[in-house]
Ligand binder design. Sequence first.
Ligand code: DQA
Length: 154
Amino acid sequence: MPKKSRAKAIYVLNGPNLNLLGSREPDIYGRTTLADIADMTAARAEKLGYTVVFSQSNHEGELVEWVQEARAEACGVIINAGAYTHTSVAIHDALRALDCPIVEVHLSNTFAREAFRHHSYISAVASGVIVGFGATSYILAVDAVASLIEEAAE
Ligand code: DQA
């Protein structure tokens, strides 16, 4: 891949069960599918001059590998680690090794839900956190990561 397009890729990483969006607990997560969200984020990023690499995995190790890949390939990372948000020291450690902006995103307002969702291993290593706006959380995250990238370049 040419260097220029690599430097402009925002990685959007999605964790377990997010492949079921649209049919999974729609009262909590809405009816928008992950494919819809991929299209929405790509369109927003394109308007701002970025490309998106959008991925989902149900496997913690695969998410760790993508975060490691992002060290060389991404100018920013948006991550919804799903349930691994609340459990994964491995993803936390992988994110610590990144030196680009990281935005943690959640569809639901995790703080208005069960106590076990109130702690995130991602937040401490994220530049910022966007929670509770449904699929719009991802659009807000693209705007946020783009402005952090621009600020860092100034
Ligand atoms: C979620 C919130 C997590 O607590 C949950 O395990 C998910 C989805 C969200 O986007 O609201 O899988 O990350």
